[in-house]
Design a protein around this ligand. Structure first.
Ligand SMILES: [Mn+2]
Length: 239
């Protein structure tokens, strides 16, 4: 029986915080017991390129590398850490996967995605995503000096917080039609995603949509799959 753990949206920052320590503890005590760990995007709140950010996140990189000796780690990028690259992969031994990813385990099928591509009602977000994640934009950004990259990223973050204030709760959630169109391609599979930070389980006629929550400084959440699917609470007190 293969045991899988799935997490998303930790939004770890470069300074070591209680959340960093919670994640490292999770790696050392819980993820290490699993056969595979899937990280569905936004593990990092900002990734400015491997040449800068690997140094900023040394402890997390080391925790992943150590974990990878026992547990296979699959990671997909989110909208905040989409610049994770080859050096990160080399140093952590994580396997970078594309979205959507079809997970087949113990006779069950799951579609894994970060989730932002399902939020199609938010047209300005999707437009900005296309621009920022375009290969040419990425290439140019990665060749800028560190200071400038930090400045641009801080400005973008400010703008995105400002823009979110004027958007409705519904617009920033997944679009049901987009979700259904995706799941029609994978009959029999269920969906697991993050991004919206709206931890919930939505049971539909044809599939169930499991939404992962984000992590706070003293609490995280995960999905555990073996013979069935269960929710896990990650806290500082669990050993
Ligand atoms: Mn996200």
């Amino acid at each position: 029986m293969i045991q899988t753990l799935i997490i998303a949206d930790l939004h770890l920052i470069a300074n070591e915080t209680d959340k960093t320590r919670l994640f490292i503890k999770f790696c050392q005590e819980q993820a290490i017991m699993a056969d595979q760990l899937f990280i569905l995007g936004d593990l990092f709140n900002v990734w400015l390129g491997d040449d800068l950010s690997i140094d900023y996140y040394q402890k997390v990189v080391l925790a992943l590398k150590t974990l990878s000796l026992k547990t296979k780690i699959f990671i997909m990028t989110g909208n905040r850490d989409f610049l994770l690259g080859d050096d990160f992969v080399k140093q952590t031994h994580c396997i970078l996967i594309d979205t959507p990813y079809l997970l087949e385990t113990n006779n069950q099928q799951y579609i894994l995605t970060h989730g932002d591509e399902l939020c199609t009602d938010d047209e300005s977000y999707q437009y900005l995503k296309n621009v920022l994640q375009h290969p040419i934009t990425k290439f140019i950004f990665l060749h800028l000096k560190a200071k400038l990259r930090l400045k641009i990223s801080a400005q973008l973050h400010k703008k995105s917080i400002k823009a979110q204030k004027h958007k409705s709760y519904e617009i920033m959630d997944v679009n049901t039609t987009t979700v259904n169109q995706l799941m029609q391609k994978y009959p029999g599979a269920n969906l697991i995603h993050g991004h919206t930070h709206r931890l919930d389980t939505h049971v539909n006629d044809d599939f169930t949509r499991y939404v992962l929550g984000d992590w706070s400084n003293n609490q995280g959440n995960a999905i555990k799959i073996n013979h069935q699917l269960n929710r896990l609470e990650i806290s500082t007190t669990i050993n």
